[in-house]
Design a protein around this ligand. Structure first.
Ligand SMILES: Nc1ncnc2c1ncn2[C@@H]1O[C@H](COP(=O)(O)OP(=O)(O)OP(=O)(O)O)[C@@H](O)[C@H]1O
Ligand SMILES: [Mg+2]
Length: 454
């Protein structure tokens, strides 16, 4: 793709060029030129046209004509579906990611944008993880120069990110399962146990795939409350997941629930999930107090979970992130300043489309995204099957990156999420490895192609 000139570059070169005289400079002809140049939505062009309309100044009209004429000619000679070019000023950001293809400018994201969540889409091998790593490296290197210092929490299911530990000594690595890391999902990140029981019941029901009804969630909530009552939670002594498992076993033996009843079927489903989580997470969850949450959140951390069963990966990620957001909310750390960036490469596991459809309501994760935004917890999620991803995540991410895709359904879904026109959508199939279409909710109002720097 050629490098197109921005308006600033055009102004700088203008004096050297011969003037185009006698050309039509009426507003309608300028608007047609803007359309031919694919620049109707460009803010600079809109500003120029407004200036022509309000001032009626022939010199400004001439200037606008020459600029649009140059753009339209470039479009004919070598079409760029993402014209006009992005300005260096518009493109610059705190954490640099790569080069904008049609202007050669360096593009970066800012912390306040990361706080509003980032979605990285693309087929397998298209460059998602490389892009996420570039961003994480930038953030790690700059983190101590920022106030507050943001920290990354990576939930790594494919051992993609563990080499960051060798590159940066201040990055912690925990391997799950095992005794490397201690964590108690029943340890509330807020002072009110009852409140946490309700939140945890929702997370558990979601992560376990119990959608479409409150009955199982209410039942889990009841068991959690009953269990908490048996412990001196006022003195911060909490049951662990194994205690929940033992309590359910005890209920099964001593509580005479009719085995043919619906309640018993729900009970069995919950019990099976808890047994399965205990088995998968093992020593990690065998504790009343886990590693202090504030301390973990205060460091760059990678949780390597490649050996963990899939349901346990989702449960750990969703619960830990929920604990993190509630921890910040409890401390009233408001203001949208990035403190934590949660990274997960399989977004559909946390926010699957079918969960939203079955529940016909917004999921726990959608709430967590909304709270996170306000309390400085940003999410950076990757996904290779965008069509399987909930609509709420696609509509609530400030930044979306779309790498190459081949499946018709995924191309259409990504094009819709990024608001691409039909011609731009065809480009999704043509992107090379490491190239991505970027769409921001604000700052740069149109999509553009970025070459990610590995
Ligand atoms: N920006 C880039 N520049 C050059 N090469 C790249 C770039 N991004 C990715 N690659 C190459 O493509 C390979 C696959 O990239 P990556 O692992 O990032 O893909 P992915 O989308 O995360 O795949 P998967 O969905 O399987 O996890 C990398 O090993 C690297 O060799
Ligand atoms: Mg990957």
């Amino acid at each position: 793709m050629r490098k197109q000139r921005t308006y600033k570059q055009y102004r700088q070169g203008k004096n050297k060029r011969r003037k185009l005289t006698g050309a039509a400079t009426s507003l309608s002809s300028l608007a047609s030129l803007a359309a031919a140049a694919r620049a109707q939505e460009d803010e600079t062009v809109k500003g120029l046209l407004r200036a022509v309309q309000h001032t009626q100044d022939p010199e400004i009209a001439q200037d606008a004509f020459e600029y649009l004429y140059a753009l339209a000619t470039e479009q004919v000679v070598e079409p760029d579906l993402f014209a006009p070019a992005i300005d260096a000023e518009e493109a610059q950001g705190e954490i640099e990611l790569g080069i904008v293809k049609n202007s050669g400018c360096v593009f970066g994201l800012n912390r306040n944008e990361l706080c509003q969540h980032t979605l990285v889409l693309g087929r397998s091998g298209s460059g998602k993880t490389t892009c996420i790593k570039t961003l994480l490296q930038g953030l790690i290197m700059l983190s101590d120069t920022f106030v507050p210092a943001p920290r990354i929490q990576v939930f790594d299911i494919k051992k993609d990110y563990i080499d960051l530990v060798n590159l940066y000594p201040n990055v912690w690595l925990f391997r799950l399962p095992g005794s490397d890391f201690r964590w108690n999902p029943l340890e509330p990140p807020i002072p009110n146990c009852q409140r946490w029981a309700a939140i945890l019941a929702g997370v558990f029901a979601n992560a376990a795939g119990f959608y479409g009804g409150m009955s199982t969630e209410n039942l889990i909530y009841r068991y959690l409350l009953e269990l908490y009552r048996k412990y001196d939670t006022g003195r911060k002594i909490y049951p662990c997941l194994f205690d929940l498992r033992d309590y359910l076993r005890w209920l099964d033996v001593y509580k005479k629930v009719d085995k043919r009843s619906e309640e018993y079927r729900w009970f069995v489903r919950i019990q099976n999930r808890v047994e399965s989580l205990c088995e998968a997470l093992g020593e990690t969850v065998n504790c009343s107090h886990g590693y202090p949450l504030a301390e973990v959140l205060g460091h760059h951390t990678i949780f390597e979970m490649a050996e963990l069963k899939q349901d346990a990966q989702s449960f750990f990620t969703e619960t830990f992130l929920t604990q993190g957001v509630w921890h910040r909310m409890d401390r009233q750390e408001r203001g949208g300043k990035l403190t934590t960036l949660g990274v997960f490469d399989e977004a559909k596991r946390l926010m699957p489309k079918y969960r939203e459809e079955a529940q016909q309501a917004i999921s726990n994760m959608s709430n967590i995204l909304a709270f996170g935004r306000e309390f400085g917890v940003g999410f950076l999620v990757g996904e290779c099957d965008p069509a399987l991803l909930s609509n709420s995540i696609k509509s609530s991410c400030y930044s979306q990156f779309c790498f190459s895709q081949t499946g018709g359904r995924d191309v259409a879904d990504s094009a819709r999420a990024l608001g691409l026109d039909p011609e731009q959508a065809t480009e999704i199939r043509r992107l090379a490895v490491g190239e991505t279409i970027v769409r921001l909710a604000d700052r740069i109002k149109r999509p553009f192609v970025l070459q990610v720097t590995p």
